[in-house]
Design a protein around this ligand. Structure first.
Ligand SMILES: O=c1ccn([C@H]2C[C@H](O)[C@@H](COP(=O)(O)OP(=O)(O)OP(=O)(O)O)O2)c(=O)[nH]1
Ligand SMILES: [Mg+2]
Length: 149
């Protein structure tokens, strides 16, 4: 399926690249940091990084904000709320909640690629409250239940 998502650059961010797919079949659009000044994250610290963009997508989509594995592997920088959820009706600036799980301070520069945005189709679901649920073999077993004697 192909969808059109409208993207608005927020004022003062004309220099920040719009999100980009870095290869032909990349699933995510890389997001660029748009903080005016570099942000240094000490180990264990978290911060909300602006991206300088807002979007409007079709009602059946959501966008997920996911970490970049390179930043995670090399520096311990990841998205705290991974995957972040961008609702179809959200018109505010997309922001990325980064946390430093590494052992050294890490500085995020303006226009650095900090995360990726993956679009997904969200099925329309209606919750129906009932008194009883149908039986299954698994039943209520979970949390490591399978394979036990
Ligand atoms: O990583 C994120 C996560 C969320 N958002 C924005 C878009 C999303 O539509 C809105 C709300 O996100 P979420 O539902 O995760 O947060 P909440 O704590 O439930 O806040 P709300 O009560 O506003 O829904 O915040 C971001 O910009 N980046
Ligand atoms: Mg919410």
């Amino acid at each position: 399926m192909s969808y059109e998502v409208r993207l608005k650059r927020l004022p003062g961010n004309e220099d920040v690249p719009i999100p980009q797919k870095m290869s032909d079949l990349a699933s995510g659009f890389d997001l660029y940091a748009a903080a005016a000044e570099p942000i240094t994250l000490q180990p264990g610290e978290r911060t909300l990084v602006p991206t300088g963009i807002a979007i409007a997508m079709p009602a059946e989509l959501e966008a997920q904000i996911r970490p970049r594995s390179g930043l995670a592997l090399k520096h311990g920088i990841t998205c705290l709320n991974s995957p972040g959820t961008i609702d179809a009706d959200y018109r505010g600036e997309i922001k990325v909640l980064l946390v430093n799980l590494g052992q050294s301070a890490f500085t995020i520069e303006r226009k650095e690629r900090i995360a990726q945005m993956v679009f997904q189709v969200v099925p329309s679901v209606r919750l129906e409250v009932v008194a009883e649920l149908d039986d299954t073999v698994r039943g209520a077993g979970g949390f490591g239940h399978t394979g036990k004697q």
